[in-house]
Unconditional design. Structure first.
Length: 88
């Protein structure tokens, strides 16, 4: 997926049609789990294993977010980088 030719294509867009069918994923979560939402500016610059490594290293969601953005920028930062980290 890191170098897939259609990696930047949108599959579902809000606001273009009167109805959309969202992708819904149900995950089992536990207290202490970390959920990361990000733009392609992060996951096109860093492989999943690097993101996981940074997320595992820091306790604070704010610090995880800061470190992920810093790492993506240092890897080239070819796009804007948006990261939200939520600790349950």
């Amino acid at each position: 997926m890191f170098d897939h030719p259609l990696r930047n294509y949108l599959n579902v867009v809000v606001g273009t049609d009167s109805e959309i069918t969202p992708d819904i994923i149900t995950l089992g979560t536990r207290p202490g789990d970390l959920i990361i939402l990000c733009s392609d500016g992060l996951n096109s610059m860093l492989r999943d294993i690097v993101i996981f490594s940074i997320a595992s290293k820091f306790k604070s969601p704010q610090r995880v977010t800061e470190e992920l953005i810093k790492k993506a920028k240092s890897a080239g930062g070819l796009d804007n980088v948006t990261v939200i980290a939520i600790k349950l």
